[in-house]
Design a protein around this ligand. Structure first.
Ligand SMILES: Cc1cc2nc3c(=O)[nH]c(=O)nc-3n(C[C@H](O)[C@H](O)[C@H](O)COP(=O)(O)O)c2cc1C
Length: 351
Protein backbone atom coordinates (compact mmCIF):
# COMPACT_ATOMS: atom_id res chain seq x y z
CA UNK A 1 0.00 0.00 0.00
CA UNK A 2 1.17 3.51 -0.81
CA UNK A 3 1.73 5.19 2.53
CA UNK A 4 2.63 8.59 1.09
CA UNK A 5 -0.85 9.91 1.86
CA UNK A 6 0.03 9.69 5.56
CA UNK A 7 1.91 12.93 6.03
CA UNK A 8 2.78 12.99 9.71
CA UNK A 9 2.74 11.03 12.95
CA UNK A 10 -0.79 12.16 13.77
CA UNK A 11 -2.11 10.68 10.50
CA UNK A 12 -0.77 7.32 11.64
CA UNK A 13 -2.16 7.79 15.14
CA UNK A 14 -5.60 8.38 13.64
CA UNK A 15 -5.52 5.20 11.60
CA UNK A 16 -4.18 3.23 14.59
CA UNK A 17 -7.14 4.55 16.62
CA UNK A 18 -9.47 3.26 13.93
CA UNK A 19 -7.93 -0.16 13.35
CA UNK A 20 -6.35 -1.32 16.61
CA UNK A 21 -8.38 -3.21 19.21
CA UNK A 22 -9.39 -0.61 21.77
CA UNK A 23 -7.43 -2.31 24.57
CA UNK A 24 -4.24 -2.27 22.52
CA UNK A 25 -4.79 1.37 21.56
CA UNK A 26 -5.40 2.34 25.20
CA UNK A 27 -2.26 0.49 26.23
CA UNK A 28 -0.24 2.34 23.61
CA UNK A 29 -1.57 5.82 24.21
CA UNK A 30 -2.11 5.52 27.95
CA UNK A 31 -0.02 6.72 30.84
CA UNK A 32 0.00 7.25 34.58
CA UNK A 33 -3.01 8.67 36.44
CA UNK A 34 -4.32 11.91 34.87
CA UNK A 35 -1.80 11.76 32.00
CA UNK A 36 -0.33 15.13 32.96
CA UNK A 37 3.29 13.99 32.56
CA UNK A 38 2.49 12.33 29.27
CA UNK A 39 0.86 15.50 27.93
CA UNK A 40 3.55 17.77 29.33
CA UNK A 41 6.26 15.83 27.47
CA UNK A 42 4.64 16.99 24.24
CA UNK A 43 3.63 20.46 25.44
CA UNK A 44 7.19 21.24 26.54
CA UNK A 45 8.31 21.27 22.91
CA UNK A 46 5.73 23.95 22.14
CA UNK A 47 7.27 26.14 24.86
CA UNK A 48 10.43 26.58 22.82
CA UNK A 49 10.89 28.52 19.61
CA UNK A 50 13.58 28.10 16.97
CA UNK A 51 15.82 31.07 16.07
CA UNK A 52 16.72 30.63 12.42
CA UNK A 53 19.84 32.10 10.81
CA UNK A 54 19.80 33.35 7.23
CA UNK A 55 22.01 33.34 4.16
CA UNK A 56 23.79 30.15 5.03
CA UNK A 57 24.58 27.51 2.39
CA UNK A 58 22.23 24.67 3.31
CA UNK A 59 22.59 22.69 0.08
CA UNK A 60 24.20 19.84 1.97
CA UNK A 61 22.84 18.62 5.29
CA UNK A 62 24.61 16.07 7.47
CA UNK A 63 22.32 14.58 10.12
CA UNK A 64 24.74 11.87 11.16
CA UNK A 65 25.87 11.26 14.71
CA UNK A 66 28.39 8.99 16.34
CA UNK A 67 27.64 6.89 19.41
CA UNK A 68 30.25 4.61 20.95
CA UNK A 69 32.30 4.51 17.76
CA UNK A 70 29.39 3.75 15.44
CA UNK A 71 28.06 6.24 12.95
CA UNK A 72 24.31 6.62 12.41
CA UNK A 73 22.64 8.57 9.58
CA UNK A 74 20.34 10.46 11.95
CA UNK A 75 20.00 11.01 15.70
CA UNK A 76 16.67 9.10 15.74
CA UNK A 77 16.70 5.90 17.82
CA UNK A 78 13.79 3.49 18.37
CA UNK A 79 12.88 3.27 22.08
CA UNK A 80 12.42 -0.08 23.75
CA UNK A 81 8.71 -0.86 23.53
CA UNK A 82 7.45 -4.15 24.95
CA UNK A 83 4.93 -6.64 23.56
CA UNK A 84 4.90 -5.24 20.02
CA UNK A 85 2.91 -8.23 18.72
CA UNK A 86 -0.07 -6.52 20.37
CA UNK A 87 0.15 -3.97 17.58
CA UNK A 88 1.16 -6.13 14.62
CA UNK A 89 1.74 -9.88 14.31
CA UNK A 90 5.32 -9.31 13.12
CA UNK A 91 5.94 -7.13 16.20
CA UNK A 92 9.60 -6.48 16.95
CA UNK A 93 10.73 -8.30 13.80
CA UNK A 94 8.92 -5.74 11.63
CA UNK A 95 10.42 -2.92 13.69
CA UNK A 96 13.91 -4.40 13.47
CA UNK A 97 13.67 -4.86 9.71
CA UNK A 98 12.54 -1.25 9.30
CA UNK A 99 15.30 0.06 11.57
CA UNK A 100 17.83 -2.04 9.69
CA UNK A 101 16.53 -0.93 6.29
CA UNK A 102 16.62 2.77 7.20
CA UNK A 103 19.88 2.61 9.16
CA UNK A 104 18.44 3.44 12.60
CA UNK A 105 19.45 2.08 15.95
CA UNK A 106 16.81 -0.01 17.72
CA UNK A 107 16.61 -0.80 21.42
CA UNK A 108 14.98 -4.19 22.04
CA UNK A 109 12.92 -4.59 25.22
CA UNK A 110 13.19 -7.38 27.78
CA UNK A 111 9.44 -7.89 27.43
CA UNK A 112 9.41 -8.29 23.66
CA UNK A 113 7.28 -10.99 22.06
CA UNK A 114 10.16 -12.12 19.85
CA UNK A 115 13.43 -13.01 21.56
CA UNK A 116 16.50 -10.80 21.40
CA UNK A 117 18.17 -13.42 19.21
CA UNK A 118 15.30 -13.47 16.71
CA UNK A 119 15.37 -9.67 16.55
CA UNK A 120 19.16 -9.47 16.27
CA UNK A 121 19.14 -12.04 13.47
CA UNK A 122 17.44 -9.58 11.09
CA UNK A 123 19.81 -6.67 11.91
CA UNK A 124 23.24 -5.93 10.46
CA UNK A 125 24.17 -3.84 13.49
CA UNK A 126 22.72 -5.51 16.55
CA UNK A 127 20.13 -3.63 18.62
CA UNK A 128 20.89 -2.45 22.12
CA UNK A 129 19.17 -4.59 24.74
CA UNK A 130 16.97 -2.98 27.40
CA UNK A 131 17.03 -4.82 30.71
CA UNK A 132 14.27 -5.06 33.26
CA UNK A 133 16.33 -6.58 36.04
CA UNK A 134 13.78 -9.16 37.29
CA UNK A 135 13.84 -10.46 40.84
CA UNK A 136 15.28 -13.77 39.62
CA UNK A 137 19.06 -13.33 39.55
CA UNK A 138 19.70 -16.40 37.41
CA UNK A 139 17.21 -15.11 34.84
CA UNK A 140 18.80 -11.66 35.00
CA UNK A 141 22.21 -13.14 34.33
CA UNK A 142 20.89 -15.26 31.47
CA UNK A 143 19.20 -12.26 29.84
CA UNK A 144 22.45 -10.31 29.93
CA UNK A 145 24.52 -13.22 28.63
CA UNK A 146 22.13 -14.00 25.80
CA UNK A 147 22.19 -10.41 24.61
CA UNK A 148 25.98 -10.32 24.67
CA UNK A 149 26.32 -13.69 22.94
CA UNK A 150 24.07 -12.44 20.17
CA UNK A 151 26.22 -9.42 19.41
CA UNK A 152 24.68 -6.72 21.61
CA UNK A 153 27.18 -3.96 22.39
CA UNK A 154 25.14 -1.79 24.75
CA UNK A 155 22.89 -2.75 27.67
CA UNK A 156 20.19 -0.25 28.61
CA UNK A 157 19.07 -0.62 32.21
CA UNK A 158 15.63 0.87 32.83
CA UNK A 159 15.63 2.42 36.30
CA UNK A 160 12.22 4.09 36.52
CA UNK A 161 10.18 0.94 37.17
CA UNK A 162 10.72 -0.15 40.78
CA UNK A 163 7.02 -0.86 40.46
CA UNK A 164 4.59 -0.25 37.62
CA UNK A 165 2.97 3.19 37.40
CA UNK A 166 -0.71 3.70 38.13
CA UNK A 167 -2.03 3.27 34.62
CA UNK A 168 -5.72 3.20 35.32
CA UNK A 169 -6.93 2.89 31.78
CA UNK A 170 -4.83 -0.07 30.81
CA UNK A 171 -4.14 -1.72 34.17
CA UNK A 172 -6.01 -4.87 33.19
CA UNK A 173 -4.32 -5.01 29.82
CA UNK A 174 -0.98 -4.81 31.59
CA UNK A 175 -1.83 -7.60 34.01
CA UNK A 176 -3.15 -9.83 31.25
CA UNK A 177 -0.43 -9.22 28.70
CA UNK A 178 2.70 -8.17 30.49
CA UNK A 179 2.72 -9.56 34.01
CA UNK A 180 0.72 -12.71 33.73
CA UNK A 181 1.88 -13.90 30.33
CA UNK A 182 5.64 -14.30 30.32
CA UNK A 183 5.02 -17.39 28.19
CA UNK A 184 4.31 -15.10 25.24
CA UNK A 185 7.57 -13.22 25.66
CA UNK A 186 10.50 -14.50 23.69
CA UNK A 187 13.15 -13.61 26.27
CA UNK A 188 11.31 -14.77 29.36
CA UNK A 189 9.76 -18.05 28.21
CA UNK A 190 10.81 -20.76 30.63
CA UNK A 191 13.08 -18.34 32.48
CA UNK A 192 10.82 -16.91 35.17
CA UNK A 193 8.99 -18.75 37.93
CA UNK A 194 5.37 -17.80 38.55
CA UNK A 195 6.35 -15.62 41.55
CA UNK A 196 9.13 -13.70 39.77
CA UNK A 197 8.45 -10.23 38.51
CA UNK A 198 10.33 -8.45 35.78
CA UNK A 199 11.10 -5.34 37.84
CA UNK A 200 12.87 -5.23 41.21
CA UNK A 201 11.68 -3.12 44.15
CA UNK A 202 15.00 -3.43 45.95
CA UNK A 203 17.28 -2.32 43.10
CA UNK A 204 19.91 0.30 44.07
CA UNK A 205 23.02 1.81 42.47
CA UNK A 206 24.84 -1.38 43.44
CA UNK A 207 23.28 -3.13 40.50
CA UNK A 208 25.78 -1.32 38.29
CA UNK A 209 28.76 -3.24 39.68
CA UNK A 210 26.67 -6.45 39.68
CA UNK A 211 26.12 -5.98 35.95
CA UNK A 212 29.71 -4.88 35.27
CA UNK A 213 31.00 -8.09 36.82
CA UNK A 214 28.97 -10.11 34.36
CA UNK A 215 29.33 -8.38 31.04
CA UNK A 216 31.64 -6.29 28.89
CA UNK A 217 28.77 -4.53 27.15
CA UNK A 218 28.56 -0.80 27.62
CA UNK A 219 25.94 0.23 30.18
CA UNK A 220 23.38 3.03 29.85
CA UNK A 221 20.78 4.08 32.41
CA UNK A 222 17.29 4.88 31.11
CA UNK A 223 15.07 7.02 33.30
CA UNK A 224 17.32 9.78 34.69
CA UNK A 225 15.37 12.97 35.51
CA UNK A 226 17.55 14.98 37.89
CA UNK A 227 21.08 16.40 37.83
CA UNK A 228 21.78 14.64 41.13
CA UNK A 229 21.21 11.24 39.54
CA UNK A 230 23.12 12.29 36.43
CA UNK A 231 26.13 13.03 38.66
CA UNK A 232 25.71 9.71 40.49
CA UNK A 233 25.48 7.87 37.17
CA UNK A 234 28.88 9.29 36.25
CA UNK A 235 30.29 8.50 39.68
CA UNK A 236 29.21 4.89 39.20
CA UNK A 237 30.89 4.91 35.82
CA UNK A 238 28.00 4.31 33.41
CA UNK A 239 28.64 4.93 29.73
CA UNK A 240 25.58 7.03 28.94
CA UNK A 241 22.11 8.04 30.07
CA UNK A 242 18.64 8.37 28.65
CA UNK A 243 16.63 11.24 30.08
CA UNK A 244 13.21 9.64 30.27
CA UNK A 245 10.01 9.48 32.29
CA UNK A 246 8.90 6.36 30.43
CA UNK A 247 6.65 8.41 28.18
CA UNK A 248 4.60 9.53 31.20
CA UNK A 249 3.69 5.95 32.09
CA UNK A 250 5.38 5.79 35.50
CA UNK A 251 5.45 8.59 38.11
CA UNK A 252 2.83 11.31 37.54
CA UNK A 253 5.45 13.97 38.32
CA UNK A 254 4.34 16.66 35.90
CA UNK A 255 7.99 17.06 34.88
CA UNK A 256 8.63 16.78 31.18
CA UNK A 257 11.92 15.42 29.91
CA UNK A 258 12.70 18.50 27.82
CA UNK A 259 12.36 20.74 30.89
CA UNK A 260 14.89 18.75 32.90
CA UNK A 261 17.29 18.22 30.01
CA UNK A 262 19.36 21.42 30.53
CA UNK A 263 20.19 20.71 34.20
CA UNK A 264 21.25 17.18 33.27
CA UNK A 265 23.30 18.23 30.25
CA UNK A 266 24.99 20.79 32.46
CA UNK A 267 25.84 18.15 35.09
CA UNK A 268 27.15 15.66 32.51
CA UNK A 269 29.32 18.34 30.89
CA UNK A 270 29.81 16.38 27.66
CA UNK A 271 31.57 13.47 29.40
CA UNK A 272 29.11 10.76 28.31
CA UNK A 273 26.26 10.73 25.76
CA UNK A 274 22.88 12.10 26.81
CA UNK A 275 19.85 10.77 24.95
CA UNK A 276 16.29 12.01 25.53
CA UNK A 277 12.85 10.53 24.90
CA UNK A 278 9.23 11.49 25.57
CA UNK A 279 6.79 13.42 23.44
CA UNK A 280 8.80 13.60 20.22
CA UNK A 281 6.40 13.75 17.29
CA UNK A 282 8.06 16.20 14.83
CA UNK A 283 11.44 16.95 13.31
CA UNK A 284 11.37 20.33 15.04
CA UNK A 285 11.05 18.52 18.39
CA UNK A 286 14.27 16.66 17.57
CA UNK A 287 15.98 19.90 16.61
CA UNK A 288 14.93 21.51 19.90
CA UNK A 289 16.12 18.55 22.00
CA UNK A 290 19.51 18.62 20.26
CA UNK A 291 19.71 22.39 20.71
CA UNK A 292 19.23 21.89 24.45
CA UNK A 293 22.13 19.45 24.54
CA UNK A 294 20.85 15.95 23.69
CA UNK A 295 23.21 13.83 21.57
CA UNK A 296 20.35 11.75 20.18
CA UNK A 297 16.62 11.17 20.69
CA UNK A 298 14.45 8.09 21.13
CA UNK A 299 10.94 7.79 19.77
CA UNK A 300 8.36 5.42 21.30
CA UNK A 301 4.69 5.77 20.46
CA UNK A 302 5.50 7.55 17.19
CA UNK A 303 6.95 4.45 15.52
CA UNK A 304 4.37 2.13 17.06
CA UNK A 305 1.61 4.16 15.36
CA UNK A 306 3.29 3.16 12.09
CA UNK A 307 3.83 -0.46 13.14
CA UNK A 308 0.21 -0.78 14.24
CA UNK A 309 -1.50 -1.05 10.91
CA UNK A 310 1.27 -1.40 8.37
CA UNK A 311 4.05 -3.37 10.08
CA UNK A 312 7.54 -2.83 8.67
CA UNK A 313 6.35 -0.41 5.94
CA UNK A 314 4.64 1.74 8.52
CA UNK A 315 7.71 1.99 10.73
CA UNK A 316 9.83 2.81 7.68
CA UNK A 317 7.42 5.59 6.70
CA UNK A 318 7.48 7.05 10.23
CA UNK A 319 11.28 7.08 10.21
CA UNK A 320 11.31 8.68 6.76
CA UNK A 321 8.81 11.36 7.83
CA UNK A 322 10.79 12.32 10.93
CA UNK A 323 14.12 12.25 9.08
CA UNK A 324 12.71 14.42 6.26
CA UNK A 325 11.21 16.85 8.76
CA UNK A 326 14.49 17.14 10.61
CA UNK A 327 16.44 17.68 7.40
CA UNK A 328 14.01 20.29 6.05
CA UNK A 329 13.91 22.15 9.35
CA UNK A 330 17.69 22.15 9.66
CA UNK A 331 17.75 23.86 6.23
CA UNK A 332 15.11 26.35 7.30
CA UNK A 333 17.04 27.03 10.51
CA UNK A 334 20.32 27.53 8.66
CA UNK A 335 22.27 24.76 10.32
CA UNK A 336 23.98 22.00 8.37
CA UNK A 337 25.34 19.57 10.98
CA UNK A 338 23.90 18.03 14.15
CA UNK A 339 27.00 19.07 16.08
CA UNK A 340 26.38 22.69 15.20
CA UNK A 341 22.86 22.78 16.66
CA UNK A 342 23.22 24.58 19.99
CA UNK A 343 21.30 26.83 22.36
CA UNK A 344 21.77 29.86 20.09
CA UNK A 345 19.10 28.31 17.82
CA UNK A 346 16.43 28.18 20.49
CA UNK A 347 14.64 30.40 22.96
CA UNK A 348 11.81 30.05 25.46
CA UNK A 349 8.46 31.41 24.31
CA UNK A 350 7.99 34.99 25.47
CA UNK A 351 4.22 35.04 25.55
C1 LIG B 1 3.46 0.67 24.64
C2 LIG B 1 4.74 1.05 25.31
C3 LIG B 1 5.56 0.05 25.83
C4 LIG B 1 6.78 0.39 26.43
N1 LIG B 1 7.60 -0.62 26.87
C5 LIG B 1 8.81 -0.30 27.42
C6 LIG B 1 9.71 -1.33 27.80
O1 LIG B 1 9.45 -2.50 27.63
N2 LIG B 1 10.89 -0.94 28.37
C7 LIG B 1 11.23 0.38 28.56
O2 LIG B 1 12.31 0.68 29.08
N3 LIG B 1 10.39 1.36 28.17
C8 LIG B 1 9.20 1.06 27.60
N4 LIG B 1 8.37 2.06 27.18
C9 LIG B 1 8.81 3.47 27.28
C10 LIG B 1 9.56 3.86 26.01
O3 LIG B 1 10.80 3.20 25.91
C11 LIG B 1 9.86 5.39 25.97
O4 LIG B 1 10.49 5.76 27.17
C12 LIG B 1 8.61 6.24 25.75
O5 LIG B 1 7.69 5.59 24.90
C13 LIG B 1 8.99 7.58 25.15
O6 LIG B 1 7.88 8.43 25.03
P1 LIG B 1 7.04 8.61 23.68
O7 LIG B 1 6.20 7.38 23.54
O8 LIG B 1 6.24 9.84 23.93
O9 LIG B 1 8.02 8.75 22.53
C14 LIG B 1 7.16 1.75 26.56
C15 LIG B 1 6.32 2.74 26.04
C16 LIG B 1 5.14 2.41 25.41
C17 LIG B 1 4.29 3.50 24.82
Amino acid sequence: MDLSKFKNINDFKAIAAEKLASQAYDYLTGGAEDLRTLERNKLAYAQYQIRPRRLIDVSSIDMSIELFGRKWDTPIILSPVGVQALFHPQGEIATAKAANQQGHLMIASTVSNYSYQEIADVCRVKPWFQLYPTTNLEARKTLIQRAEENGCEVLVLTIDVPTVGNREKHAKMLTDNVHGRTGTMGNLKGLLNPDDIFHDLSMTWEIISWIRERTNMRLILKGILTYEDALLAMEFGVDGIIVSNHGGRQLESDMSTLEVLPEIVNAIGGKIPVVIDGGIRRGTDILKAIALGADAVCIGRAFIYGLSVFGQNGVERILAILSDELERNMRLTGVTKIDSINTSFIRKKQW
